[in-house]
Design a protein. Structure first.
Length: 255
């Protein structure tokens, strides 16, 4: 299974103070590169540690695999722009990652890793072209949230509100089936005639660039939505397990 927890640096915010690399006792960061924070040994990072993120004066650190609800202490609110001073003239590109689970599901975990990689690859090009990427992770762990976000399939990647996939294609997901104790499907991706369970970096990078250069504003179009049967199965199964009176972590099926 892929490593589930390690820091990701927002280099647009980072001021290269070196606090993160100096404070981490686990050699996650490359000390030869300090004060520039370069994650050299992600496998050394301790699950659920927010040590460096809590110390970062710019709130520039987030974590792959983090669905704890933790937010960087010093992060400025990217969703609010100051019309009066207009100090930041970079055009914002909102990248949203919507998922069912980042603890167990290999596909949610793997897809996020690829998305972060794709953003890393194109951030310089976009910055030079006057764009800034804003990354937002959205855990869709209830029916209510799925309805609120018009969530069709897990995981979903949206750029400025436009979904990477125009249609939903899915196949059986063992991890999410385990979580729900029922048969659950997750998204598959079609790119250049091939099907993938985890999308290739190039597919994501090209989609982000296409949306950035399209001139489209944020998509707020409301479309009719019905919670897909597959997601209903997931949420119902998960709820059953969480409410299991028998104490069995598989919950539902023990007599
Ligand atoms: S989260 Fe903790 S273990 Fe991981 S890099 Fe930061 S300080 Fe080190
Ligand atoms: S602590 Fe924050 S601002 Fe300082 S080097 Fe690390 S990521 Fe950059």
């Amino acid at each position: 299974m892929a490593k589930k927890w390690y820091p990701v640096i927002d280099y647009m915010e980072c001021i290269e103070c070196g606090i993160c690399s100096k404070m981490c006792p686990h050699e996650v960061y490359d000390m030869d590169k300090t004060p520039t924070p370069v994650v050299k040994n992600p496998e050394n990072c301790v699950d659920h540690c927010h040590g460096c993120g809590n110390k970062c004066p710019k709130g520039a650190i987030t974590y792959v695999g983090d669905d704890t609800g933790w937010v960087p202490k010093n992060k400025k609110d990217d969703t609010v722009s100051c019309a009066a001073c207009n100090s930041n003239s970079l055009k914002k590109i909102l990248i949203e990652y919507m998922y069912l689970d980042l603890n167990v599901c290999d596909r949610c975990i793997g897809t996020e890793e690829i998305l972060v990689k794709a953003m890393e690859e194109i951030k310089e090009e976009l910055y030079n072209a006057g764009f800034e990427m804003i990354y937002r992770k959205v855990l869709i762990d209830t029916e209510e949230k799925a309805i609120k976000h018009h969530f069709n399939s897990s995981p979903s990647i949206r750029v400025n509100g436009y979904d990477l996939c125009e249609t939903v294609q899915e196949n059986h997901c063992g991890c999410c089936s385990d979580i729900a104790c029922d048969s659950v499907q997750c998204r598959t991706y079609e790119f250049e005639g091939q099907m993938y369970e985890i999308p290739p970096v190039r597919m994501l990078a090209e989609f982000i660039l296409k949306q950035a250069y399209s001139g489209n504003t944020i998509n707020t179009r409301k479309i009719d939505y019905m919670l897909p049967e597959n997601l209903k199965i997931f949420y119902t199964g998960k709820k059953k397990i969480n409410n299991a009176a028998c104490g069995c972590t598989r919950g539902c099926n023990c007599e």
